[in-house]
Design a protein around this ligand. Structure first.
Ligand SMILES: Nc1ncnc2c1ncn2[C@@H]1O[C@H](COP(=O)(O)OP(=O)(O)OP(=O)(O)O)[C@@H](O)[C@H]1O
Length: 597
């Protein structure tokens, strides 16, 4: 699957250094993660100023030193100048140690908070977000883009501030010493601004493509690693290898293009600075020789050294500028996640409690996963209180979706769903979901011990309760034999039936008043299924239970059975009543009859 985190914007070529969205993103980051660190930022800034002043003082002392050598020849004065110069560089050395340490700490803490907020925010996303968003995209935002931002904000920005301060202070000094010379060196400034503008646009475009390519690569990698069984059994190793290599070569090509876009800045600055040096040597030399100007050789040499001290940080600033343009794309990616708003949320004053023993009603429910393929159109169903109701029907008829809608994993478009007379949209989501014990089709197993996996659904359970649930789900022996051994990624070391028994044990442990069983025993052998079914029947006693099953043998004793066909409830009744109607259920029963004999 190709992922596109960023789309090219139509009027991109007309954009200045910062787009309006860039400014919004920067404000978001500043207001949420930096502004509360202002005192520390001011300390860093203060230290940077000290560094800048030390630099300027060095320049001024160099001029004095040169003058001592050229004019006065007093050795003690020279030694004094040397000692102060050494002292200044020591100050610079100390600040060079403290500033990066402080700034890295500040940036890493800010980004950690940002990650924490984004993770918290991600937990509120609708399930539909995860249905349509590749894991690679989420990982890219929370891992690589956040990391890229951290190093940019920490080191690069602080260095840039230091360089900027140095440029301002030293330039100020040079203007004060020789304004005409400085003005002559400035003639190259417009050229530099033009180059930066051109490069800025290019960098953003390439960085955007690079992020898309990296996201696609992460996604392919995730798909391949997760699907290794299918890859191997289908002999598709080469195909997957080529898919991954194509992604990597795309990343390489984009990395080279990005570097090429960034690389144009440095030589441009170098040529511009060479031009300025030549101008200053020529013009400055003329001023020193000419009696009409009050400037000597020492001042010209010091001015040239000063120019070096301006151009050196200016080079770094240009490099920083290119990194900034790339990082604005990272910031946009990260903040893009923040812009996603969940739609399934609690109402303003949600109900904490409701009648969990009451009947569950679907009234005129309309729902579609996507506008182009509606699934339910005014569907009405009744799941009577304390009874076992089964839903059967062809694959894709919407059985699982009904369970998802009742637990509000997806939001209905119209109609309503009530439990014990209360609309589920008025109930606090956590309280609503707490009232279900679920055995779902897609069983999620974590790479922890069996024990931990069962306990996951109710961490406060006692050991006795967990053993009880494990015994009921026929998985206690496996716990004894495996001990604390982790189950492998996604429970890879377990059989399908063992995974299903974990899910059943979880349902037992949860002890919730409503039971939702989706193909709960389909992966079990007949003997185990019989035992688990009896245990489930005990669990279901007095509880409102909804069972989704393909095997009619699993539900023939249900109090009521619904037959679903393409999103419509076409038949309902007991097993016998449905057989008597001689409709769809009868047909399904006849097909599966072999199972009963
Ligand atoms: N997350 C989803 N996003 C988009 N469409 C979906 C999603 N889940 C299911 N569908 C579609 O909705 C329809 C109903 O799916 P559902 O899983 O409810 O069927 P089902 O009756 O439970 O099928 P099965 O018996 O195979 O489990 C199907 O056409 C399916 O393709």
């Amino acid at each position: 699957m190709k992922i596109r985190l960023f789309d090219r914007k139509k009027n991109e070529s007309k954009l200045p250094f910062f787009t309006p969205q860039d400014l919004v993103n920067i404000r978001w980051f500043w207001n949420n993660y930096l502004v509360q660190r202002t005192p520390w930022l001011l300390i860093v800034l203060g230290l940077i100023l000290v560094q800048g002043v030390a630099y300027q003082q060095f320049l001024s002392l160099t001029e004095s030193g040169l003058r001592v050598i050229f004019d006065e020849g007093v050795i003690t004065d020279l030694i004094q100048v040397c000692a102060i110069v050494f002292g200044l560089f020591t100050v610079r050395a100390v600040t060079s140690y403290v500033v990066p340490r402080l700034s890295t700490w500040l940036a890493a803490s800010a980004v950690m908070e940002m990650r924490r907020d984004l993770i918290e925010h991600m937990m509120t996303f609708d399930l539909s977000y995860f249905d349509r968003t590749s894991p690679g995209e989420t990982i890219l935002r929370l891992v690589s883009q956040a990391e890229g931002l951290s190093s940019f904000v920490g080191q690069a920005t602080v260095n840039a501030v230091r360089d900027f301060v140095t440029v301002i202070i030293v330039s100020g000094y040079l203007i004060y010493k020789a304004p005409v010379l400085f003005a002559s060196a400035l003639v190259i400034a417009p050229a530099i601004i033009l180059i930066l503008q051109f490069v800025s646009h290019n960098i953003k475009m390439v960085q955007r493509s690079a992020e898309n390519a990296l996201g696609a690569y992460m996604n392919t990698l995730e798909e391949t690693v997760n699907g290794m069984r299918t890859v191997k059994i289908s002999n598709q190793e080469r195909f997957e290898e080529e898919r991954l290599l194509r992604s990597t070569s795309e990343i390489r090509a984009l990395a080279i293009r990005l570097q090429a876009a960034q690389a144009t800045v440095m030589p441009a600055i170098d040529i511009a600075s060479a031009f300025a040096y030549a101008l200053v040597i020529g013009f400055g030399g003329y001023m020193a020789i000419s009696p009409s100007y009050d400037i000597d050789g020492a001042a010209i040499i010091a001015f040239l050294i000063g120019l070096v001290m301006v151009f050196d940080p200016l080079r770094n600033l240009a490099k920083f500028f290119t990194q900034l343009q790339a990082s604005l794309i990272l910031l946009d990616g990260v903040n893009g996640m923040n812009r996603i708003k969940p739609t399934i949320t609690d109402v303003e004053k949600p109900l904490e409690s409701f009648d969990t023993t009451g009947e569950i009603l679907l009234s005129d429910v309309t729902f579609a996963y996507s506008p182009e393929s509606p699934l339910f159109d005014k569907l009405s169903m009744e799941f009577r209180a304390g009874e076992r109701t089964a839903i059967v029907g062809a694959t894709g008829s919407g059985k699982t979706t009904i369970l998802s809608l009742i637990s509000r994993l997806y939001e209905i478009e119209s109609g309503k769903i009530t439990i014990g007379g209360t609309n589920i949209q008025d109930i606090r989501i956590s309280n609503l979901r707490e009232s279900f014990s679920v055995v779902a089709q897609d069983i999620v197993i974590f790479n922890a011990s069996l024990w931990e996996n069962i306990k996951y659904v109710r961490p406060q359970s006692t050991d006795e309760e967990i053993w009880e649930a494990a015994e009921a789900a026929e998985i206690a022996d496996l716990i004894r034999s495996r001990g604390d051994m982790p189950l492998g990624p996604k429970g890879a070391q377990l059989s399908g039936g063992q995974k299903q028994r974990i899910a059943i044990a979880r349902a037992f442990l949860r002890k919730a008043p409503i039971l939702l069983l989706d193909e709960a025993t389909s992966a079990l052998d007949q003997r185990t299924e019989e035992r688990v079914k009896r245990a489930l029947a005990r669990l279901a006693e007095g509880k409102t239970t909804i069972i989704v099953a393909h095997r009619l043998s699993a539900i023939s004793d249900a109090d009521r059975i619904y037959v679903l066909d393409q999103g419509r409830a076409v038949e309902s009744g007991t097993h016998q009543e449905l057989l008597d109607i001689g409709g769809l259920y009868h047909g399904m029963y006849s097909t599966q009859k072999g199972e009963y004999h």
